[in-house]
Design a protein around this ligand. Structure first.
Ligand code: LHQ
Length: 264
């Protein structure tokens, strides 16, 4: 399978599995990844998702040898519209990540380039191995950052650094990505899998529904006035206040016992 699926407790791991091409995306791989996320979203037994890569890379972005993106056009052959690939695959995938009812962790085990970098940056927490690099490779082939890059980069690191990354298209080592606030954390390569899984297990025991609402509220706040963000918080808090997780969390606190969360 182009996406390998495994489960440990309530943690579902989706592994991009085309290591000979650094897990560069083909259309069927993008479709399988989206289907894997759909299945995780629908499965009440899954409370956190980890996306990682097989082999030495995380994901090299769109497979540039795919006929759909026009490699080696013959003289007189008309180029195909690559925008269709975004409409059909990348937009639904990026939206799927951002609308998951549970937290999504990217465990970036090696190079993350182009759409592969931005798929990772769209996740809720990004943890990377020290040898991983983030590359906005688009500028080198005459394209703009896609898979959410134009929206994510300025928000994550500010316009100046977003422009630096997008225009220069240089390799950004994971340690620097952490230092500039692009990602949550950089860890030694040999610790990545264990650290990411431990983090996922920890999140899976927490109130995951509130985490998904937090992501949604952050995204919404980006286009709201302060007062409207306050009102959105009140509306969401009102809804969560009726949910089991809040009742359980508050009761457990007062009873000085460990909570057991179940909402999703
Ligand atoms: C690849 C790729 C690749 C095919 C490595 N494709 N084979 C959306 C919609 C429509 C159109 C276009 O794009 C998009 C979004 C995008 O993602 S655009 C950006 C596409 N990605 C890139 O431009 C990155 C291209 N790759 C690289 O720059 C390098 O491979 C990086 C820096 C990622 C890794 O460099 P190295 O560690 O030196 O590895 P390598 O270059 O030797 O790659 C290993 C193999 O993987 C190699 O195959 P081979 O048969 O020679 O061993 C590469 O050809 C293959 N590969 N990326 N995107």
């Amino acid at each position: 399978a182009l996406i390998e699926i495994s489960q440990d407790g309530a943690v579902r791991t989706l592994t991009l599995n085309r290591p000979a091409a650094l897990n560069a995306f083909t259309s069927s791989m993008l479709a399988q990844l989206r289907a894997g996320l759909d299945a995780a979203a629908l499965d009440a037994g899954v409370r956190c998702v980890v996306i990682t890569g097989a082999g030495r890379g995380f994901c090299a972005g769109q497979d540039l040898s795919d006929p759909l993106v026009n490699p080696n056009l013959q003289p007189g052959e008309a180029p195909k519209d690559i925008g269709h690939l975004l409409d059909a695959y990348y937009i639904p995938l990026a939206l799927r990540v951002r609308s998951m009812p549970i937290p999504v962790i990217a465990a970036v085990n090696g190079v993350a380039a182009g759409a592969g970098a931005n798929l990772a940056l769209g996740c809720d927490l990004v943890i990377a191995g020290a040898s991983a690099n983030f590359i906005q490779a688009f500028s080198k082939i005459g394209l703009i950052p896609d898979c959410g890059g134009t929206w994510l980069l300025p928000r994550l690191v500010g316009r100046a650094r977003a422009m630096q990354l997008a225009l220069l298209g240089e390799k950004l080592p994971a340690a620097e990505a952490q230092a500039m606030g692009l990602i949550y954390r950089c860890v030694p390569d040999e610790d990545l899998a264990v650290t990411a899984q431990a983090l996922a297990q920890r999140l899976s025991q927490m109130p995951v529904r509130a985490m998904a609402e937090t992501r949604g509220a952050f995204d919404a706040a980006g286009r709201l006035e302060f007062e409207d963000a306050l009102k959105l918080e009140a509306a969401l808090q009102s809804r969560l206040g009726f949910a089991d997780d809040y009742q359980e969390g508050a009761a457990a606190f007062l009873q000085k016992r460990a909570p057991k969360f179940s909402d999703r």
